[in-house]
Design a protein around this ligand. Sequence first.
Ligand SMILES: O=C(O)c1ccccc1NCC(=O)[C@H](O)[C@H](O)COP(=O)(O)O
Length: 214
Amino acid sequence: MLHTRIKICGITRPEDAVHAAARGADALGLVFYARSPRAVSLEQAAEIAASVPPLVQLVALFVDETPEQVARTLARVPVHTLQFHGDESAAYCEQFSRPYLKAVRVREGMDLAAACAPYTSAAGILLDSWQAGVPGGTGRVFDWRQVGGGFNRPLVLAGGLNAGNVGEGMALLRPAAVDVSGGVESEPGRKDPGEVARFIAAVRAADEQLGSEI
Ligand SMILES: O=C(O)c1ccccc1NCC(=O)[C@H](O)[C@H](O)COP(=O)(O)O
């Protein structure tokens, strides 16, 4: 059967991390971008990390951060994967010697292949929605049809996902992973246990359905 990986992003509280992991999330995202309502301090991140069971990946998100600050974060928080949401070059992303996801925000009419081409070293490309001045966590769905059939990179689908639409996105794009933040929240940064459970159940149901179609 398929096993689409699930990342619950924008975790700000240990209890939300523990619940998401218990429900089967494969990865948890911590936002180190001060302008986000989901931003966490190093102290908060270390406390959340200490609450996470083994083998659940921690993902640290940055937006055009200084390498020094990224290094300070990695020295304090046991992060497995990095996620870059700004204009970071491939060389910038590679310097930390960790698996990384490069976020590409999909805009109408863009050359998606060209936008993704430099990041051949990325563990995956996270396709997200574009909104002026908002590097991520928009709560908006982009036009999935813009991702042509020739998209041949490990895909993390993000942007406005929720329990009601994630199955459709999986059927259309067959991503390696799905990523959600706003769609499982009661308010920015506060995950709703019921929504998290419903989202994970919807992904697993889609895995079952799509797996049977192979
Ligand atoms: O979540 C944020 O507030 C955020 C802020 C700045 C950069 C990235 C951010 N989130 C990155 C993610 O991976 C989100 O899960 C992704 O953008 C999807 O968010 P949503 O549309 O709310 O599900």
